[in-house]
Design a protein around this ligand. Structure first.
Ligand code: DWN
Length: 414
């Protein structure tokens, strides 16, 4: 089995050795490594989880990265489990057809296509679509939805195979995968080869500006090799004679950027949004290490407040459960040391996760029926990014006196 973990002493994007660690969340089990019953007796493999800042290109990257073969060949996350995400990607497909109708009619390759959450609405609108995702179990769900997926990692070799069979792509999309790829240069070489002249490379990434601004430290886990601001992405694409020409903020996953790029010379005008974001990032201090070292004091404050709240509730014999067996939930629970001493179970609607146990803390994951049979007094919203819709859909719980605990951006009870 290839080496599981790699410690980085250089910036992966620009190669500088002038990188400085600024946050450590401790040793953690992989955020989507849900344990089965027979694994409960074995201690979970844990890896250091921390961030470094590059003084040269302003990139935040993990101190240690895990071999993607250990993370993505069977995957626990099915994007379409969350109705809000299905709606988001349906609107995304509509936007692509509205903004680039001629390109959208051609071949669209979605890298990290998961269960086809973007390709299904694109295909319905008339796009020729192809998925790329190494997770065979999730690709099988895409196939059920009528989407063909090449179950490989995205490499220049795979790009050539796609070109030989389908031709170059008019649009390459990559959503919640561009931050997951340690060998981002291999990925970019593949994009450069596969994207047709005049085509667009559009990708969504969790925005570090929101992570810092809204204290979303639980979105740091080993799958997220990079936590991006726009500055290092400009540097990265420039290395491949590509340029960003538009940036939109979107609400997914606590706040993300949707970024549009193409080959130089650009076939599109550069939107003012690009310089606006770059200037905002400088003003906000995101190109200055002190912003990150100052931010590093916030996670311990959340841990202290959340543990104090849960401890006081347990002292009053309150029953507490959690909602959303999310990757971010794995980070939050492990970092705060919250296990079955506090939380009886985690509710989730993902069939793959039900009956398994949270990574590292081994809290059982149950389906919605179970918690309705034995409702707790409090429910900790691990999927806080969907809190509005969850609280609305589970209003019955509030009506019977149940309370929701929101951990992020600040600990509170609603
Ligand atoms: O990059 C990634 C981000 C973008 O998505 C992946 N590495 C994995 C994933 O992270 P996550 O697991 O933190 O994402 P979610 O979408 O916040 O996870 C929500 C969890 O809650 C899922 O397991 C589905 C579940 N859920 C549910 O059971 N009922 C969600 C909703 C909205 C619901 O109503």
């Amino acid at each position: 089995m290839p080496t599981a973990i790699k410690h980085h002493t250089r910036c992966i994007i620009c190669g500088s050795t002038d990188i400085m660690p600024y946050l450590s969340l401790g040793n953690m089990a992989l955020a989507n490594s849900f344990a089965t019953k027979q694994h409960l007796t074995k201690p979970a493999k844990k890896y250091p989880l921390g961030m470094t800042y590059c003084h040269a290109c302003h990139l935040s990257q993990l101190t240690h990265t895990v071999n993607p073969k250990n993370l993505f060949q069977t995957y626990a996350y099915f994007s379409s489990t969350s109705p809000q995400l299905v709606a988001h990607f349906s609107a995304y497909a509509k936007d692509l057809w509205r903004l680039f109708p001629t390109l959208a009619r051609g071949l669209v390759v979605d890298v990290g296509s998961n269960d086809g959450i973007l390709l299904v609405p694109l295909k319905k609108r008339g796009s020729r679509v192809l998925g790329v995702d190494p997770a065979k179990n999730v690709a099988a769900a895409a196939a059920q939805a009528g989407i063909h997926t090449m179950t490989k990692f995205f490499t220049p070799t795979l790009a050539q195979i796609i070109i030989n069979k389908y031709g170059q792509a008019n649009i390459i999309s990559a959503n919640n995968v561009f931050a997951h790829t340690p060998d981002i240069h291999l990925f970019m070489t593949a994009v450069k080869r596969l994207l047709c002249p005049g085509g667009i490379f559009v990708f969504e990434v969790k925005y570090l500006g929101d992570l810092i601004g809204k204290n979303e430290f639980d979105t740091i886990y080993h799958e997220h090799v990079f936590s991006y601001i726009l500055h290092p992405l400009v540097t990265l694409l420039g290395k491949y004679a590509m340029q960003i020409f538009d940036v939109h903020h979107v609400d997914t996953h606590g706040g993300s950027l949707r970024i549009f790029a193409s080959h130089i010379p650009l076939p599109f005008a550069i939107s003012p949004s690009v310089s606006t974001y770059l200037q905002k990032e400088i003003r906000a201090g995101y190109t200055d290490l002190t912003t990150y070292t100052r931010y590093a004091q916030k996670p311990p404050a959340v841990k202290k407040k959340l543990l104090a709240l849960l401890t006081s509730l347990k002292q009053k014999n309150k029953r507490i459960a959690a909602y959303g067996a999310s990757a971010k939930g794995s980070t939050l629970l492990q970092y705060c040391g919250i296990d079955t001493n506090f939380i009886d179970f985690v509710v989730d609607t993902t069939p793959y996760k039900i009956g398994k146990y949270m990574p590292g803390t081994h809290i059982p994951i149950v389906d919605a029926r179970q918690w309705k049979k034995h409702p707790p007094d409090y429910i900790l919203l691990l999927a806080w990014n969907f809190s509005d819709s969850i609280i609305k859909r589970e209003a019955w719980f509030g009506r019977r006196g149940g309370k929701f605990i929101l951990p992020i951006p600040a600990v509170g009870v609603v």
